[in-house]
Design a binder for this molecule. Structure first.
Ligand SMILES: Nc1ncnc2c1ncn2[C@@H]1O[C@H](COP(=O)(O)OP(=O)(O)O)[C@@H](O)[C@H]1O
Ligand SMILES: [Mg+2]
Length: 270
């Protein structure tokens, strides 16, 4: 299944992507974790040290040049660049988290880097390669793909968005992040990504049941409580994994409920 995660900054997109990826890998799945946010924090949230992070795709000038303007094409841009080898070549294996359930599957991290403002030459070239790689991940790969994005789904493009199985729209119980959530959901719907679940993070079931009637908010809703062990931990660690037994139980129940909802929302795997 291919899942994209979007919403306002700071609402918990990266944490939720890391938790879901870890849950799946502990249950034997192979998971691609794609960091498509400019903040580049999915690796650290998943327990990688800063120095272990793979270099972002959009910063790799020579690779972008080689794939987008291949030799022998007179400097013409290749609109369908060869990318199928890149996930393996550019990704890092994510470490096993400290959990009661051992990791039987695998998690790999692929870092896209900023969409515009590219370090590797012309922005339009790096964007073209990034979009081609995301399209490959969503359309061609059989494994799980979780894409941690910014507030918006522009990275996906119309052709790719329509093939994403579900969008998690993450929000806090606040008017401003709910307004962003509604906007993101509407934009994604316009791109053809209509299978959406609203995840209300750091929230109670009562808050989920009494959300303001904002046009565009996904009708399927789920909440995740505020996790005290994470609040204590985040001051000195970037990882959101291995928060202890109680938090793990809460997160496992959340991931299981989310996957049940997604299975109900998403079309069957091809
Ligand atoms: N359920 C939660 N309970 C407590 N803290 C949380 C929870 N979810 C996320 N956080 C914290 O909130 C902050 C923002 O989370 P993050 O996942 O980085 O958001 P985003 O990716 O949307 O910007 C981080 O410090 C994270 O540790
Ligand atoms: Mg983030």
């Amino acid at each position: 299944m291919k899942i994209a995660v979007s919403g306002k900054g700071g609402v918990g997109k990266t944490s939720i992507t890391a938790w879901l990826g870890d849950y799946l890998a502990r249950r034997g799945e192979k998971v691609w974790m794609v960091d498509a946010d400019t903040a580049l924090s999915l690796g650290q949230a998943s327990g990688l040290e800063r120095v272990q992070l793979p270099e972002p795709l959009t910063q790799r000038a020579s690779l972008i040049e080689e794939r987008i303007r291949p030799a022998g094409q007179g400097g013409m841009m290749d609109l369908d660049p060869h990318v199928s080898d890149l996930p393996e070549a550019l990704s890092a294996v994510l470490p096993e988290s400290d959990s009661a359930v051992p990791m039987r599957g695998e998690k790999r991290l692929l870092v896209m880097g900023p969409l515009t403002n590219a370090g590797g030459g012309c922005a339009c070239e790096s964007n073209a390669l990034l979009k081609a790689l995301l399209a490959h991940m969503v359309l061609e790969r059989r494994e799980w793909v979780l894409v941690d994005m910014e507030a918006g789904v522009e990275h996906l493009g119309r052709g790719t968005a329509a093939h994403v199985d579900a969008l998690l729209v993450v929000s806090e119980p606040s008017m401003r992040s709910l307004e962003t959530a509604a906007e993101v959901a509407r934009m994604a719907g316009d791109l053809g990504l209509r299978r959406q679940v609203l995840v209300l993070n750091k929230a109670t079931p009562q808050q989920v049941a009494s959300l303001p009637p904002l046009a565009g908010l996904p009708g399927q809703r789920l909440c995740l409580p505020d996790l005290e062990p994470l609040r204590q931990r985040q001051l000195y660690s970037g990882s959101v994994l291995g928060l202890g037994r109680e938090a793990e139980k809460t997160l496992d129940a959340f991931c299981a409920a989310l996957l049940r909802q997604l299975e109900g929302t998403a079309r069957p795997a091809e």
